[in-house]
Design a protein around this ligand. Structure first.
Ligand SMILES: NC(=O)c1ccc[n+]([C@@H]2O[C@H](COP(=O)([O-])OP(=O)(O)OC[C@H]3O[C@@H](n4cnc5c(N)ncnc54)[C@H](OP(=O)(O)O)[C@@H]3O)[C@@H](O)[C@H]2O)c1
Length: 289
């Protein structure tokens, strides 16, 4: 994981980050929350070179995503479906031993229909309360051990939720997916995850298009002759995170991945680091009991 103000390594769209279990997860992901057509957007993203798609049971588009990945691999057999990293999530209302077990099996069956397996399965949020949350976590680990899914992780987990997993003597998640951008830097969670070798995925990396008129963002994007979205995604990559920008617009899907011919310098990174307001643009339930 990147340290504070980490100097950029020479990223490409094919760059990966190694998880504790040895899996190589592509550094740039693609989000499909509220996608008007996850099938079309995923197909565009794959054609543009993205190899990491972030879905969820709550998005009701697991099937569309898997369909698009399967079609892509038919047309580009050399790529193989194994090279596209697929994530889904089980929502808090489905936490608890029986419910989570059924939910994971259902999602696994959707992927299986297309010859696929979920590379990463996350607990979507910590809202179910400690007991059901820990039950759900045990189910993910069991399903991983049984080979139903490849990797288990969490999302929107605060330090307290992660500590409860540790206190219960359970294996720690490989990944924590949280809302993360210069205006919400979640430093205690980030520090905890880095200390425990938990890879951090950044959702809402471009703040859903909000704050693009911010003076610092404007200045840095002009300096590098790039868009504000590209600056924000690049900041996330250079911090060592795995950003998951979403778009349904082909030109934006392409531009959001066109990140590898410029680099934010220390001054740029420091200027963006100074924007933290602790303000989310999404639900950010990291502090629930
Ligand atoms: N775990 C969680 O609880 C959680 C919560 C939220 C999100 N996520 C994941 O993270 C992904 C990203 O988050 P998000 O979708 O909420 O927000 P986001 O990626 O920060 O922003 C997406 C929005 O920005 C617009 N956009 C995309 N590229 C742009 C560009 N270059 N210039 C201007 N606007 C642009 C998109 O519009 P168009 O589509 O119209 O182009 C869309 O409205 C989600 O899709 C999901 O996979 C997870």
């Amino acid at each position: 994981m990147g340290a504070e103000h980490a100097v950029a390594s020479p990223f490409t769209l094919a760059s990966t980050i190694k998880l504790r279990n040895g899996a190589q997860m592509p550094r740039l992901g693609f989000g499909v929350y509220q996608s008007k057509s996850a099938k079309a957007s995923t197909a565009h993203a794959l054609a543009m070179g993205y190899r990491h798609i972030d879905s969820a049971r709550m998005y009701y588009n697991e099937d569309e995503v898997c369909f698009a990945v399967n079609k892509f691999s038919e047309h580009t057999p050399n790529e193989g479906t194994g090279k596209v990293w697929l994530t889904t999530k089980v929502t808090g209302s489905e936490h608890g031993t029986a419910k989570t077990g059924n939910a994971v099996d259902e999602s696994a069956d959707i992927a299986k229909k297309y010859g696929l397996k979920w590379d990463l399965f996350l607990l979507h949020d910590p809202t179910a309360g400690k007991e059901k949350r820990l039950e759900a976590w045990k189910v993910l680990l069991e399903k991983r051990d049984q080979g139903v899914i490849r990797t288990a992780g969490v999302s929107n987990f605060g330090v307290k939720h992660l500590e409860q997993i540790k206190e219960a003597g359970l294996e720690m998640p490989e990944v924590n997916q949280i809302e993360l951008h210069p205006f919400l830097q979640q430093k205690p969670i980030v520090e905890y995850c880095q200390k425990h070798d938990i890879v951090i995925e950044a959702y809402c990396p471009i703040l859903r298009g909000q704050r693009f008129d911010n003076e610092t963002l404007q200045k840095v994007s002009k300096k590098h002759d790039t868009s504000v979205a590209q600056v924000l995604i690049r900041w996330s990559l250079q911090k060592g995170y795995v950003p998951l920008p979403k778009s349904d617009t082909p030109a934006r899907i392409q531009a959001n991945a066109d990140l590898f011919d410029f680099e934010l310098d220390r001054d740029d990174m420091a200027a963006l680091d100074a924007l933290d307001e602790g303000k989310p643009v999404s639900w950010n339930p990291v502090n629930v009991d």
